[in-house]
Design a protein around this ligand. Structure first.
Ligand SMILES: C[S@@+](CC[C@H](N)C(=O)[O-])C[C@H]1O[C@@H](n2cnc3c(N)ncnc32)[C@H](O)[C@@H]1O
Ligand code: SF4
Ligand code: SF4
Length: 403
């Protein structure tokens, strides 16, 4: 959901969004997309499902170029590329060039271990607004015990150096993701120093999203972090000019929030009671062209379309997307309850255009869903969007491919 502040300021953007939301007409524009170009990866991180020989079919760079042009025509302002590992695609530079030429803002996430001088020069010749990379420890020992590949710590640091060296007059903002788990949470202060000295604009702590309890911090360890480490984190973040948000200092929350985080429930239950407007503004595309609402729902709901054979407009304004929007005005998917993405944007949008009509006010969920599907769906639509394998009590991945 790119630049919600600007969207709210501009009546020609806010008006159609409000109409589409309240009247369930297809959105007239798309705002931002995230594309996972590949599921392949050269590392073997303990908390991640990508890589390890998994190499499902991918759309070509040429097809992604066509898709990006169509997205730009539909009003898209920003694309974020991720994976898997984007640099595992030899044609990644081609895709970035297509995006950049279509005029959309480009950001990406990469572990940077496969960045050579030549690739850095070609990539950074394009306008890339932001690069996120990942460090999961402040030493090779901790980082590599999580990332599973010897030498990966040094190679990511070298990648960061190439980004700085070959960035032109408008260098991309460098952000470092830090997935926090039992094994590495005590490295947070040292990691602030390490990335601060390399000119990163942010170090983003991300509590590991996993069903594996042995990786997650227990309530006791979260209390230890909040008591013993958070004060030093605040001080160091201030010293290196990194953002001082509550979540950056207390990534597991405090008090009751912390207890919810320890059990895999995020965002203090915000999405139990409030709508998410992402389905009206954003879409997520997987390597094979399958379309989902967002990265949290990637592979967890039936795809809403397939860009291998369909156009972007056809999918984004089509009956399946409309049906899930109708459902989501009133209820949330199981993935939403473990989600903490877009919280501030959703709060702002709710204040600007109001929440969903309450159940019954517009004829109830069933009538909205049927109207939105335009009669094209004969079976009850609600059931089609349930999570595939996960009962709703289990935590779904959180912020997975953020970034
Ligand atoms: C899936 S990776 C893809 C980009 C790239 N391969 C990398 O590692 O930077 C995107 C981000 O998700 C993070 N991530 C992976 N598994 C995670 C998990 N289980 N919980 C939270 N974040 C996770 C990674 O550390 C990385 O910052
Ligand atoms: S977190 Fe990134 S580098 Fe690690 S396995 Fe997943 S995709 Fe690969
Ligand atoms: S999972 Fe998160 S981003 Fe996706 S629709 Fe639900 S609340 Fe919105």
């Amino acid at each position: 959901m790119y630049d919600v502040g600007q969207l709210i300021e501009e009546p020609e953007l806010l008006g159609p969004l409000a109409r589409s939301f309240h009247e369930l007409t297809p959105p007239v524009y798309l705002r931002a997309v995230k594309i996972k170009l590949t599921a392949r990866c050269n590392l073997k991180c303990v908390m991640c499902r990508y890589g390890r020989g998994w190499a499902p079919p991918e759309l070509s760079a040429e097809r992604f170029g066509q898709i990006l042009r169509e997205m730009a025509e539909l009003g898209c302002r920003k694309v974020h590329f991720s994976g898997g590992e984007v640099l595992a695609r030899r044609d990644f530079e081609e895709v970035v060039e297509a995006a950049s030429q279509s005029g959309v803002k480009v950001t990406l996430t990469s572990n940077l271990t496969l960045l050579t001088k030549a690739r850095a020069k070609r990539l950074l010749a394009q306008r890339i607004s932001g690069i996120s990379t990942s460090l999961d420890g402040a030493s090779a020992k901790v980082h590599e015990s999580i990332r599973g590949v010897p030498g990966s710590f040094k190679r990511t640091l070298r990648g960061i150096e190439y980004v700085a060296r070959y960035a032109g007059k408008r260098p991309p903002k460098l952000r470092v993701n830090f997935v926090m788990m039992r094994e590495n949470f005590r490295d947070y202060p040292a990691l602030i120093q390490l990335v601060g000295e390399r000119g990163a604009e942010d170090l983003v702590p991300m509590p590991v999203d996993t069903k594996r309890r042995e990786l997650r911090l227990s309530k006791r360890l979260i209390r230890e972090y909040n008591r013993d480490i958070a004060p030093e984190v605040r001080e160091l973040r201030e010293r290196y000019g990194l953002p001082l948000t509550e979540l950056a200092i207390y990534p597991f929350g405090r008090d009751q929030d912390a207890e919810q985080t320890a059990t895999g429930e995020y965002a203090g239950g915000y999405y139990h009671a409030h709508p998410c407007y992402a389905p009206w503004l954003h879409l997520f595309v997987a390597w094979d062209g399958k379309v989902y609402l967002c990265c949290m729902t990637n592979g967890r709901i039936e795809p809403l379309g397939d860009l291998a054979t369909q156009g972007v407009r056809e999918v984004f304004q089509g009956p399946r997307f409309q049906a899930i929007r109708a459902e989501m005005k009133h209820t949330r998917l199981a993935s939403c309850h473990a989600c903490d993405m877009y919280l501030s944007e959703n709060r702002e949008l709710q204040a600007a255009i109001g929440p969903a009509a309450r159940l019954g006010e517009v004829g109830g969920v069933g009538s909205d869903v049927r109207a939105a599907a335009g009669g094209a769906m004969s079976t009850p639509v609600v059931s089609q969007f349930r999570l595939r394998n996960a009962p709703s009590a289990l935590p779904a991945p959180r912020r997975l491919p953020l970034v």
